[in-house]
Design a protein around this ligand. Structure first.
Ligand code: SF4
Length: 81
């Protein structure tokens, strides 16, 4: 499952450099996660790095992208091949 950023985002830019997949971009007015690039950090880290660093706790599951761990791993490998 990809993650998404909700309206509690303060656009502080803590999350963007933490993402191993370059999935986070500056939005207007809040940041955005490209669900096609987010692997929930599967393949790179044990837990979602953006969620760890977000001071506003504004990063949540994206219900439109329900993916298994195996699918997230395959997505990561495709992104980095
Ligand atoms: Fe990037 Fe990981 Fe956050 Fe997904 S969960 S946007 S891959 S840092």
């Amino acid at each position: 499952m990809a993650l998404m950023i909700n309206e509690d985002c303060t656009a502080c830019d803590a999350c963007r450099p933490a993402c191993p997949n370059e999935a986070i971009s500056v939005g207007d007015p809040i940041f955005a996660i490209d669900a096609l690039r987010c692997t929930e950090c599967v393949g790179a880290h044990d837990e979602p790095q953006c969620r760890l660093v977000c001071p506003a706790e504004s990063i949540v599951a994206n219900p439109d992208f329900l993916e298994t761990r195996d699918e997230l791993q395959a997505k990561y490998e495709t992104l980095h091949s």
